[in-house]
Design a protein around this ligand. Structure first.
Ligand SMILES: CN1c2c(nc(N)[nH]c2=O)NC[C@@H]1CNc1ccc(C(=O)N[C@@H](CCC(=O)N[C@@H](CCC(=O)N[C@@H](CCC(=O)O)C(=O)O)C(=O)O)C(=O)O)cc1
Ligand SMILES: N[C@@H](CCS)C(=O)O
Ligand SMILES: [Zn+2]
Length: 752
């Protein structure tokens, strides 16, 4: 047993789980069929790990939607309003993830948040004073049992209690500490059930240990684990961490009687030093996270082996830095990639092989494998563009400064646009219905020509412009029908990017993305969005927003190159998008939205790193994109993740004129912070959740608007949904937006 992974993707190489689950939701297949498809996927994953000769086979990492929701439902952390729906176990689970609506019920989904610094989202567990934590689910044990029946070296994995308690939202008076005893009781039951299954290890994931920890956090962890580890168990326990180092608790961790500790050597900047300084017991196993679970580049064996050899540790299992959930399945499916690039890629399957190679090199001294890998790294040819290098070298402070000041622009723009109070707009995309995707698919497969493809999209744009005008929107959008994804699309249209055919990575539930790969220097080849935006603007007298994705988001939702600093890559992208902004402006587009949906996502997990490692280059990159536009051109930005309470000043410093953001799923608490910080940018807090198919009523939206206006002055407020509508169907979107407009009109009527 010398290799292991933390977890494996589960959507299926061809997104089988997505297709099956969505069919189940539409009642096109029954639960048995869905369960059969998911069982096949699990078995395939175990077999792949076995074939790759992995020391341990991971079970329990499968999920129908999200592992945090799985761990919460296992422990009966299911709010009463979902339990009261009287649904079967799986439907109750989906109701929490997606909301539920029938003739007699209407329940919102639980909030969804970014999983640490990734583009994966988890469902936030909700705990109230009546929450009775106890073991109730069986799916986890069923999976582990099935894996153990087929394989002799199974490791079960579970998201741990500390992380669950830290990620949960407490809506009553009780807090995490009040749930220690019931959790320990539940773990007694979990261990007793696992004792009956032949597993070798239980991996308990505690990624929340990589945050800055307070004394109370450490006490909570200690109170939980001194008790849990005292429960009799016939398997070994690995305390698994990832996404950083555990500097605040390392010394306590190594003293606790865990059989193994899993540490991240890639994002964990201090991991090796912590071991060197404080030691690691000879009777413990180190699960050394040295194969990157987030990037798609081949592992450089020489460096990894040197690192492993430097560790003063007796028992090492070579592992991944985090779950392979964050990478696509296999490079083998990418038949169109440049071979020069392809040889440097490793997706999940290839990473399993890398673990095996490292095992052979480290434990068996296989030098041939080491030499072949070294040869590959001697020859990496990222396409270079001297013009891009020069453009960056010529930048000065003026390129990052927009004039005049925002306050002056606000007056100029109020005169320019004459918008009513509480201007209404949407975030950009309208439903990517089957016909829209089909049109793109036909074009990609050369079954229709460019003219036919464009004409279809133009018809869609015309229809949606008419619809928005009729519905009464003030600032319109063209609908983004030409985009497969807001980042992949720009990747396809910028020099320096490569893109894939099947390299899907789960983002949330059944939704996946194909992040483009930054392989060379980035520049804009041709105008990208100008034709669609100017066509849309030609159809109406109302302003149509130009719609772009910002440099930080393009970078964060791509697979970045690692040979140049992030700052340089992002600056290259910023200049390319600046070209597009100025082109849109030149062609008469007066409002331009530059989405920075992912800006918050890669904020370092530790506060001390926020500015020097990220914000100090991320915010200027955004400013570089829009600094040269006229005062009358209104710059909007959008973030679908509003956990930016602590970096509000930095967000204001982006110097946009208007920002829209997600707020409806997370109780509008951000608004208080905006007020307290004298936030200057005009704001459009999302007034309803577009991630759920549920249609909000007029009064529900009206109430949210009232809550916003109780705290923010109406002259500063825009009204919009909380994100784009691409994942929604048309009928639910149109119904929601009609209620939305009616709610705004009701409120405007009161304002007089
Ligand atoms: C806003 N969000 C985004 C994030 N990350 C991004 N990169 N993009 C985002 O928009 N992160 C945070 C949030 C929430 N996250 C997501 C992630 C993914 C989606 C989403 O809707 N994904 C779609 C896939 C979109 C896509 O690229 N579709 C392709 C079609 C691919 C396809 O299915 N083709 C069919 C053939 C079609 C046909 O012939 O009819 C096939 O292969 O079988 C496209 O449009 O061309 C998803 O379904 O998962 C949303 C939010
Ligand atoms: N303009 C994009 C932003 C999503 S975060 C959209 O509307 O889909
Ligand atoms: Zn969004």
């Amino acid at each position: 047993m010398s290799t292991s992974i933390i977890g494996f993707p589960r959507i299926g190489e061809n997104r089988e789980l997505k297709r099956a689950t969505e069919k189940y939701w539409k009642k096109e297949i029954d639960q048995n069929e869905l369960l059969k498809i998911s069982d096949d996927l699990k078995e395939k994953n175990w077999q792949i790990q076995k074939d790759a000769k992995l020391g341990l086979i991971s079970a329990g990492d499968f999920s129908f939607f999200d592992n945090v929701l799985d761990a919460a439902t296992l422990l009966n952390i299911t709010p009463k309003r979902y339990a009261d729906l009287g649904l079967n176990q799986l439907d109750e689970y989906f109701a929490q993830a997606r909301g539920y609506q029938d003739d007699n019920h209407s329940v919102k989904a639980l909030p969804m948040k970014k999983w640490y610094n990734t583009n994966y989202h988890y469902i936030v567990p909700e705990i109230d004073d009546d929450t009775e934590i106890k073991l109730v689910e069986t799916r986890f044990f069923d999976d582990v049992k099935k894996a153990a029946a087929k394989h002799s070296n199974v490791k079960a994995s579970l998201i741990g209690p500390f992380t669950i308690l830290k990620l949960s939202r407490y809506v009553g008076k009780k807090s995490a500490e009040d749930f220690i005893e019931p959790i320990v009781e539940a773990y007694k039951e979990i261990f007793s059930r696992l004792n009956e299954i032949d597993i070798k290890w239980l991996q308990i994931d505690e990624p929340s240990l990589v945050f800055d920890l307070s004394a109370d956090d450490k006490k909570l962890f200690d109170d939980l684990y001194t008790r849990i580890l005292a429960i009799p168990h016939d398997f070994k326990i690995n305390l698994q961490t990832y996404f950083g180092d555990v500097r605040d608790i390392y010394e306590d961790l190594v003293k606790l009687p865990f059989d193994g500790i899993g540490l991240d050597f890639l994002e964990g900047k201090q991991t090796a030093d912590l071991i060197a300084k404080h030691g690691f017991d000879d009777n413990k196993v180190l699960f050394a996270g040295v194969v990157n679970g987030k990037n798609i580049w081949r592992n450089e064996y020489k460096k990894t082996i040197e690192l492993l050899k430097s560790l003063p540790v007796k028992n090492i299992v070579i592992s991944t830095s985090c779950s392979l959930l964050h990478v696509p399945y296999t490079v083998d499916n990418e038949t169109d990639l440049d071979p020069e690039l392809k040889q440097h890629l490793a997706f999940a399957y290839q990473k399993l092989d890398e673990l095996h190679d490292l095992d052979e090199i480290f434990f068996n001294g296989n030098t041939e494998l080491l030499d072949t890998n070294e040869a590959l790294f001697k020859n990496v040819n990222h396409p270079k563009d001297p013009a891009v290098t020069k453009r960056i070298a010529d930048l000065s402070d003026a390129d990052y400064t927009r004039l005049p000041s925002r306050a002056e622009r606000e007056t100029i723009q109020k005169d320019e646009f004459h918008l009513p109070d509480l201007p209404t707009t949407t975030i950009g995309s309208f439903p990517q219905t089957k016909d829209v995707r089909k049109n793109r698919s036909l074009y990609k497969h050369h079954e229709i020509d460019k003219n036919q493809y464009d004409q279809f999209n133009k018809d869609k744009i015309k229809r949606i412009i008419e619809w928005q005008e009729e519905a009464g929107f003030d600032v319109l959008v063209h609908g983004e029908y030409e985009r497969n994804d807001m980042v992949e699309y720009f990747g396809e249209n910028l020099a320096g990017f490569a893109f894939t055919k099947k390299a899907w990575v789960q983002s949330y539930g059944t939704r996946a993305v194909k992040p483009p790969i930054i392989w060379g220097d980035v520049s804009r080849k041709n105008p990208i969005t100008v034709a669609a935006s100017t066509y849309a603007q030609s159809l109406t007298d109302k302003p149509v927003k130009g719609m772009l994705t910002g440099p930080v988001t393009i970078f964060n939702w791509s697979f970045p190159r690692e040979d140049i600093p992030a700052k340089e890559s992002v600056t290259q992208i910023a200049l390319a998008i600046q070209d597009e902004v100025l082109d849109l402006e030149k062609h008469g587009i007066k409002i331009i939205q530059i989405d920075e949906a992912a800006l918050r996502e890669k904020l370092p997990l530790r506060k001390s790193d926020w500015y020097k490692e990220y914000l100090d280059w991320a915010i200027p990159a955004f400013k570089l994109v829009h600094s040269k536009v006229q005062p009358t051109t209104q710059i909007h930005t959008h973030m679908c993740y509003s956990e930016f309470n602590d970096i509000i000043k930095a967000i204001d410093n982006m110097d946009a004129d208007v920002i829209s953001f997600e707020a409806s799923r997370s109780d509008l608490s951000i608004i208080d912070k905006l007020k307290a910080n004298n936030f200057e940018t005009e704001v459009g807090p999302g007034v309803y959740d577009i991630h759920s198919p549920r249609v909000p009523s007029q009064s529900e939206i009206y109430n949210v608007i009232s809550d916003i206006l109780a705290k923010l002055h109406e002259s500063k407020v825009w009204i919009n949904p909380d994100c784009g509508l691409k994942t929604r169907g048309e009928s639910e979107s149109f119904a929601s937006l009609k209620n939305f407009i009616a709610a705004v009109q009701q409120k405007r009527g009161e304002l007089g």
